[in-house]
Write a protein that binds this ligand. Structure first.
Ligand code: SF4
Length: 326
């Protein structure tokens, strides 16, 4: 299994070499906006999902194949919650032993309340947790967590980590129209951010296919409200531009599966990304992958996205049934 991907353009980290330490949607949250569909089932077990030696061998191989200038960050990120891998601390230290590139971990932050997880993450240069809600009620509506990862533990973990951690703490707030872009919700989030004292706040927008059909980014007014309430450390992270490195892929089918497993994409963007192949050829391979059960089309807001076939995207009716705004 390929666990290292890219470098890929990252909205926050330039050209980022991604390390995906866990199988698709191994996560203790089930966010309404998750681009990888619903989490089924929601899990909170820490274990060595993929052998650490196998992961580090792949990292070494990919680092050797690239000139250092082609990579800005090495990032633990991917198709679920990376801190559920019990070897995350060992892996961070091992990567730092292989390269001088800075190392980041994109996490939902739920396990930071555990001292051993905080110690494991301490060696990374940047930790990027998520905080979408300023109350337990809104947290349950947006992130739909495993029962063990309560809101109190999330906030407690962020505060404890800030006290101990010397690297960069960048907290992401993903904004969903009608849920956390109201004045009240934003003021609640701002109050928690004041206690967590991040170096930066990154305002994210759900631009890829959301798990639930009714999830939309805020309008311009909502965005302006967020910028003014979340303060000077907050900035909006706009959609990515850049190139995907596909040099490690053996074929067009391999390249497509590699991209859409971690980054579901609009059909036209996918064709543009794969410009070294003829558009007709790309569409033909997409259809073959769909028929063969390796890729699927996800319709959201009138647009066609491609994602990996095992991801769970509910139908309009099933999604409407859980819309908390009704
Ligand atoms: S967005 Fe991240 S934290 Fe939320 S369900 Fe998806 S993988 Fe898990």
């Amino acid at each position: 299994m390929k666990v290292v991907f890219g470098p890929v353009p990252s909205r926050r980290l330039g050209q980022s070499l991604g390390i995906d330490t866990i199988p698709l949607k191994t996560c203790n949250w089930n966010c309404v906006y998750c681009q990888l569909g619903r989490t089924q089932p929601v899990v909170n077990e820490r274990r060595e999902y993929i052998p650490r030696g196998e992961i580090i061998d792949q990292v070494r191989e990919v680092l050797e194949a690239h000139h250092p200038d082609e990579i800005d960050w090495v990032t633990f990120v991917g198709s679920g919650e990376p801190t559920l891998h019990s070897g995350i601390g060992w892996l961070i230290r091992a990567v730092k032993g292989l390269t001088d590139h800075p190392v980041a971990v994109i996490t939902n932050g739920t396990l930071l309340y555990r001292s051993e997880v905080r110690e494991e993450l301490a060696a990374a240069d940047a930790i990027m947790p998520t905080l979408d809600a300023g109350t337990p009620q809104l947290y349950r509506r947006i992130n739909r967590p495993h029962p063990q990862v309560t809101y109190e533990r999330l906030v407690e973990g962020l505060e404890a980590f800030r006290r101990e951690y010397e690297g960069k703490l960048w907290i992401e707030v993903m904004l969903v129209r009608g849920l956390n872009d109201t004045e009240e919700a934003l003021r609640d989030i701002a109050a928690v951010l004041q206690r967590a004292k991040p170096d930066e706040v990154h305002i994210g927008l759900p631009t890829r296919p959301p798990a639930e059909t009714w999830v939309e980014p805020p309008d311009e007014e909502g965005l302006m409200r967020a910028r003014s309430i979340l303060g000077d450390v907050a900035r909006v992270i706009h959609p990515i531009e850049g190139t995907f490195d596909l040099s490690g892929c053996d074929s067009l089918a391999d390249a497509i599966v590699n991209i859409i497993t971690r980054h579901p994409m609009l059909e036209q963007d996918l064709v543009r990304t794969l410009e070294q192949w003829a558009p007709g050829e790309v569409r033909e391979v997409l259809e073959t992958l769909q028929t063969g059960g390796k890729a699927q089309v996800v319709q959201r807001h009138g647009a066609r996205f491609w994602s990996s076939a095992p991801a769970h995207y509910p139908t309009e009716a099933r999604s409407q049934a859980v819309d908390p705004r009704h």
